[in-house]
Design a protein around this ligand. Structure first.
Ligand SMILES: [Zn+2]
Length: 296
């Protein structure tokens, strides 16, 4: 009996050490992918009053106004020291950050929010649809994605089309739901060499692994939400296209040409091409899901 109990205990310990971590690990945890996303990137002025302060892959943007700074996205929790150092390397002060925004409430864009808010005293603004996700550190929402992150209190909940003003800068929140409920494109005007340009900071438009477009059990209207978001983005005037992952707008390539005229970040077809490739993948997934349903 004693021997059986010993064997049973040993069995439980083995299960805990091997199977349980596999069950709780997300597709992202412990992957080389996150490390590659979090490589240091030298900060730089993109155009006018818009500065890049993110990592090689994870876009974080600092917008200078005459009444302080706006920070859009904070990347991973582990990115916090890199983002802070980038802001200071450009000669800005953390305490001048007054407002923090986000593209969408996934760990790779907002996990650094809580620490940055504590360090700066900035107010966090977000669309109301992403607020429960931010305030639960990623645990709420129709499709929670691990790793979860330190929850952050949203000071002001915004609605679609609402304008955020700080000093001489106005940024408009455009609700583009699908990837998350409150997925947000931010638009603003920027001036360089006496010319004004329309800037669009898109959010993510991909469909996360495991998310169904047909008969989604937790968000029945998700496919329709994506369709409306694609249409909204296609109708936007855009000269400068930026986003939460740098490959969306070929940052590495544009950065190589920075300093030449015209500014390589002025890329009017960029947003359209990005939306078109995501829309194509979306239609392909719907077709695939419909086919699979028929063969079942
Ligand atoms: Zn995401």
């Amino acid at each position: 009996m004693n021997q059986t109990r010993k064997i049973l205990s040993l069995f439980i310990v083995i299960v805990c050490l091997t199977v349980w971590p596999m069950l709780t690990r997300s597709q992202y945890d412990s992957s080389a992918l996150l490390k590659s996303w979090n490589q240091p990137q030298k900060p730089f002025q993109i155009i006018g009053n818009i500065y890049y302060v993110g990592t090689t892959n994870l876009g974080c943007y600092l917008i200078k106004t005459n009444a302080g700074l706006i920070l859009l996205d904070t990347a991973l929790e582990e990115s916090a020291p890199l983002v802070r150092a980038n802001i200071e390397a450009l000669g800005f002060k953390l305490k001048d950050i007054k407002i923090m925004l986000s593209s969408h409430a996934h760990f790779d864009h907002t996990a650094g929010h809580a620490a940055m808010k504590a360090a700066t005293g900035a107010k966090v603004y977000a669309l109301k649809e992403d607020t429960p996700i931010l305030e639960s550190g990623g645990q709420q929402g129709f499709h929670p994605i691990k790793p979860f992150y330190p929850p952050v209190k949203v000071d002001k909940q915004l609605r679609d089309g609402e304008v955020v003003r700080l000093g001489d800068v106005a940024m408009t929140a455009l609700h583009t739901p699908g990837h998350t409920e409150g997925n947000t494109a931010w638009t603003m005007k920027v001036t360089e060499n006496g010319k004004s340009y329309n800037v669009v900071f898109t959010a993510s438009l991909s469909i996360n692994p495991g998310v169904k477009m047909v008969n989604n059990p937790t968000w029945a209207g998700v496919a329709e939400a994506y369709a409306q978001s694609f249409a909204k983005l296609k109708a936007l005037p855009c000269d400068v296209f930026l986003g939460p992952h740098t490959q969306f707008f070929s940052m590495a390539d544009k950065l190589k040409r920075l300093g030449t005229q015209p500014n390589p970040f002025i890329d009017p077809p960029g947003l359209q091409a990005f939306v078109a490739s995501n829309e194509k993948a979306y239609h392909e997934q719907i077709q695939r899901e419909r086919k699979e349903a028929l063969t079942k």
